[in-house]
Design a protein around this ligand. Structure first.
Ligand SMILES: Cc1cc2nc3c(=O)[nH]c(=O)nc-3n(C[C@H](O)[C@H](O)[C@H](O)COP(=O)(O)OP(=O)(O)OC[C@H]3O[C@@H](n4cnc5c(N)ncnc54)[C@H](O)[C@@H]3O)c2cc1C
Length: 378
């Protein structure tokens, strides 16, 4: 049965203008002098920048004060992340810990885990990776083979994760493992463990991407011991936990702004007197951007009011990542006559990164499956 989509109208809070001004002022001071702006959250990182951001209270800003957070709203966080991405700030070090790990620990973790990890994340000093994908297992996560076997006081883990962003720099990884053999219910028997990436029984090897950047890794566990204290939530509840995590991952401004700096450099190169093709392209890209932003803000508003707009979030990610992937291709066909060096450098970098935009966090085909199911079409 067709169930329909609901994008509720959402206004950003009254504090918006002041907060935006504060972030812009902060960025003038805090960006490293040699920083090349890049709105792709996955490639640009600076622990020093993350610590400065932490001191401003802009990491974990929605979390309770007792763990170092600011108890602010999701919509205020939205404003801060949007400004950081639009400026191409180096947010990569703390990004996953702020967006995903913190909310996950607050929802499913123990009090001890929250006290141990959240204050360090908030300060911009403690970074996490996501350990879901495995060789031969990306979209179909239920078929993971990394296994944890019960032993006295904990678990022994063996297996391999792949495409693990930042594992060579980060401190910990929330890792999805099988704690019971696969049964008829493919989603049963999985658990999430906090793995210390500096443990000698964890072996990390680099994977270099198309642009020559080392962001990914293969991570191997060789009889790695994990204590019972490092299990998140109930053993066996991993699938449900991972699914709730993907909701946070899918609808933020990082899902349509990754190529934003190319647009900025294009508009700068075109200058105040665009020709017809340039004007048409600017109008087209700007109107898509504004619509996506409105949809994304709507999802943030629904999350704020305690709803779970998973289908709407999947739609934002599908449309948004298509947009950010196509943007450099569309601009490539209309190179401005007076294009700057910075324009070419930004465009070149983005063309090499863009193929990943529609893969990470769930591919287009998987998202369209989620949307079709949510609409009752499947
Ligand atoms: C930049 C980047 C960063 C990443 N970072 C991380 C990370 O930190 N941690 C992590 O765990 N993973 C990470 N990933 C991995 C990412 O989540 C997977 O690449 C993604 O889920 C797809 O899995 P796969 O690569 O195994 O492709 P596959 O699942 O093998 O898919 C191959 C193709 O088949 C299609 N397909 C698969 N199943 C279906 C289906 N049922 N119906 C229709 N089509 C289907 C897919 O859409 C895709 O086009 C990252 C990926 C990228 C690109």
């Amino acid at each position: 049965m067709f169930q329909g989509l609901k994008f509720e109208s959402t206004n950003l809070p009254e504090s918006e203008q002041e907060l935006r001004r504060d972030v812009r002022e902060f960025l003038k001071e805090a960006l490293p002098p040699d920083h090349i702006p890049n709105s792709n959250f996955g490639v640009s990182e600076s622990p020093e920048f993350s610590r400065k951001l932490g001191r401003k209270g802009w990491i974990g800003m929605t979390w309770p004060k007792v763990y170092g957070g600011q108890d602010r709203s999701f919509l205020e966080r939205y404003i801060v992340t949007e400004e950081l991405l639009a400026a191409g700030a180096p947010v990569g070090a703390h990004w996953i810990a702020d967006r995903q790990t913190g909310p996950q620990l607050l929802r499913f973790g123990t009090e001890r885990q929250c006290r141990e990890y959240l204050p360090g994340i908030v300060k911009g000093e403690c970074y996490f990776s996501i350990g879901m994908s495995e060789p031969d297992t990306g979209s179909d996560l239920a078929s993971i083979r990394t296994r944890a076997t019960k032993t006295a006081g904990g678990w022994i883990v063996n297996g391999t994760k792949t495409w693990t962003s930042g594992a060579h720099n980060n401190h910990f990884m929330i890792t999805l493992v099988r704690t019971s053999p696969q049964s008829e219910n493919r989603h049963a028997g999985m658990s999430q463990l906090i793995v210390d990436l500096r443990d000698p029984n964890v072996h990390i090897s680099a994977i270099t991407d198309l642009s020559g950047h080392h962001g990914f890794n293969q991570v191997m566990f060789d009889d790695l011991f994990i204590s019972d204290n490092q299990v998140i939530g109930e053993p066996g509840n991993g699938w449900e936990q991972v699914m709730s995590e993907l909701g946070y991952e899918r609808s933020g401004p990082e899902r349509f702004l990754s190529s934003f700096r190319v647009f900025v450099e294009f508009v700068r190169s075109v200058g105040p007197d665009p020709d017809r093709r340039e004007a048409e392209l600017i109008g087209r890209l700007a109107s898509h951007l504004i619509t996506l932003r409105q949809m994304s803000i709507s999802v943030a508003g629904m999350l704020e009011s305690g709803k779970t707009p998973n289908v709407e979030a999947a739609l934002v990610k599908d449309l948004g990542t298509n947009f950010e992937k196509e943007l450099p291709e569309m601009i490539r066909l209309v190179i401005p006559e007076k294009a700057s060096k910075q324009f070419f450098a930004t465009l070149q970098q983005c063309i090499l990164e863009a193929p990943s935009f529609t893969l990470r966090g769930g591919t287009r085909e998987i998202l369209r499956g989620v949307i079709a199911r949510g609409l009752g079409l499947r």
